[in-house]
Design a protein around this ligand. Structure first.
Ligand code: NAG
Ligand code: NAG
Ligand code: NAG
Ligand code: NAG
Ligand code: NAG
Length: 509
């Protein structure tokens, strides 16, 4: 314990540092926390080791593989940028010296351009959406279940299996279910309603927005740091909250009806949330941002439990523009297989076993296979979805619509449905998702919670429940997938303390 305390002190004192060379050189953001690794282990080697062996504790992978075989990302940079990009010479630093063993995911260094240089790399033209050019959405005033035992909701409109199949048949022009099926405009009499004056604001054009949400008072607002003046001026930060969180904020912060702000965040109050489960409501802005903001080019989604600590332009340059990608998401730090993820979710009581089994069985019948290297260049079937970086073009919009439809039909565990939605689109068109390392994600978002804060939060209250949902276990529902008071994962008590503070990235929503 003493050792842990002194270690914590060292980390606290050192904090994190930035190597900022003169202008024109890249910024290497490195967290000193990487020093805590055991011998020969870095976050990268751990992620890769576990990627190739399915364990996180393997010594027989040679250094040459680890340090030559590793690319900083899974996608090659486009030729036009390779020759001169200042980050070309960047490589992960050698493993830290042997030291204390501290299992658990950690950040690793990421090479960013300066915010100004990053902005200069914003593509002049939109990424070309393969095949699909015109995506429209199904509108239905009185949606009803068609099939026996069908999941879904009035908000999502109960797409039939045929609808579902058609939504994966990529054509030039498509019309799909994508939430908000009622009402004339997302946010207006659709459920997830937003005041009319603010709806107009959401229609405005922006190159980039950052978005997040708090439902059921789960989270406290994290002020982003290290945001350039340029980004503060040009990039709106939107935080969706329900009425309950709204009154809580008014009580506990400087936020009022007049300014509607907490720090950089513009607060948007949502009325008539469609689900009783806060985790489900949270999926609406996360996956359907393109419906709420029809006129933006790029968005960064950050779960509210995380603090953004790197400038949005730097993140977009690093994870989208440099790799010529339209969609980027980190992968889970040690699970790459949907079946293993499902088992882990059951063991951790994230959702009732029967609903998880039903979902995974359904996918198995559709041909989803366990993850193996044969799927390369796909490096994982399991995302860590607490951040999403994307360009809003028809194919990415379709992807998040069909992903949302899976979440609405089955469990709210979006990491279980990610791969099936991605792979069914990829069967038809040449489109890639940049799945970067979880340790790279941890470089730009930090979980800053204290356990005490979590313990003092009340569980979300059920409100306008529209339809019966598969029962979530009381514990899973109470804590929304974050720290629990008990033995959530048996046999890991020794790690518990550490996990509480740092494992929050594992989007267990
Ligand atoms: C980026 O990717 C798109 C789609 O895969 C491709 O059409 C385009 O040529 C690529 N651009 C560069 C610069 O590599
Ligand atoms: C897109 O599709 C919709 C619905 O099929 C159609 O009404 C509209 O004219 C199409 N737009 C373009 C630009 O093709
Ligand atoms: C971000 O800001 C924090 C707090 O101001 C600072 O300690 C840290 O060094 C900065 N990180 C980076 C990567 O610039
Ligand atoms: C606001 O704070 C007061 C005093 O702490 C408390 O009595 C009241 O219930 C709070 N209201 C809300 C909506 O949290
Ligand atoms: C659910 O499944 C997990 C893992 O398979 C198991 O440990 C747990 O006991 C099951 N829970 C119930 C309520 O059956």
């Amino acid at each position: 314990m003493l050792l842990l305390l002194s270690l914590a002190f060292v980390v606290f004192v050192l904090g994190s540092y930035t190597i900022n060379k003169e202008s024109n050189s890249p910024n290497i953001h490195q967290s000193i926390e990487t020093m805590e690794f055991g011998s020969n282990e870095t976050p990268i080697s751990r992620e890769l080791t576990s990627f190739y062996t399915g364990t996180s504790n393997n010594d027989h992978i040679g250094d040459s593989f680890l340090w030559n075989g590793v690319r900083e990302s899974d996608v090659d940079p486009p030729p036009s940028l390779t020759s001169h990009h200042p980050c070309d010479s960047f490589s992960f630093p050698p493993p830290p010296p042997p030291g204390l063993r501290r299992p658990g995911p950690r950040p690793c260094p990421v090479c960013y351009l300066s915010p100004e240089e990053a902005l200069a790399h914003m593509p002049k033209h939109p990424f070309e959406s393969p095949v699909l050019k015109n995506l429209t959405y199904i509108h239905e005033e009185s949606p009803a279940k068609i099939e026996e035992g069908q999941g879904g909701s009035d908000f999502g409109g109960y797409p039939s299996l045929e609808h579902r199949t058609n939504s994966f048949d990529i054509k030039q022009s498509m019309t799909v279910h994508c939430g908000f099926v009622k009402g004339t405009k997302p946010g207006f009499q659709t459920g997830f309603d937003i005041d009319e004056d603010i709806l107009l604001e959401l229609d405005q054009f922006h190159d980039v927005i950052v978005a997040s949400a708090i439902f059921g008072k789960y989270d406290i607002i994290q002020e982003p740091v290290n945001i350039s003046e340029m980004a503060k001026k040009n990039i709106p930060f939107y935080m969706f909250v329900d009425e309950e969180t709204d009154s809580y904020l008014k009580n506990t912060s400087s936020y009022t009806d007049d300014n509607k702000r907490v720090g950089l965040w513009r607060i948007i109050v949502v009325h008539n949330v469609p689900y009783s489960d806060a985790r489900r409501n949270g999926k609406i802005p996360k996956l359907l941002l393109h419906r709420l903001f029809p006129n933006i080019r790029y968005s960064i989604w950050v779960d509210a439990k995380l603090q953004l600590v790197v400038d949005p332009y730097q993140i977009l340059e690093r994870f989208l523009w440099r790799t010529n990608s339209s969609f980027a998401i980190s992968r889970h730090y040690r699970r790459f297989d949907v079946y293993l993820e499902a088992e882990a979710n059951k063991a951790a009581r994230k959702y009732d076993n029967a609903s998880i089994d039903h979902q995974v069985e359904f996918y198995k019948k559709e041909g989803l296979t366990p993850y193996t290297e044969a799927k390369l260049p796909i490096t994982s079937d399991v995302p860590e979805g607490c951040t999403i970086i994307r360009e809003h073009i028809p194919i990415t919009n379709l992807f998040t619509c069909v992903w949302f439809n899976e979440v609405d039909r089955f469990t709210s565990r979006d990491q279980l449905s990610f791969a099936i939605a991605r792979d069914k689109i990829r069967e038809k068109v040449d489109w890639n998702i940049n799945m970067f390392l979880d340790c790279e994600r941890r470089n730009f978002v930090k979980q800053v919670y204290h356990r005490d804060v979590l313990m003092n939060m009340k569980p979300p209250r059920a409100s306008s429940r529209l339809l019966p949902e598969p029962p979530a276990s009381p514990r899973g529902r109470l804590v929304g997938g974050r720290a629990t008071t008990g033995k959530k994962i048996p046999g890991q008590r020794g790690r518990k303390r550490h996990r509480k503070v740092s494992a929050g990235g594992r989007n267990m929503r």
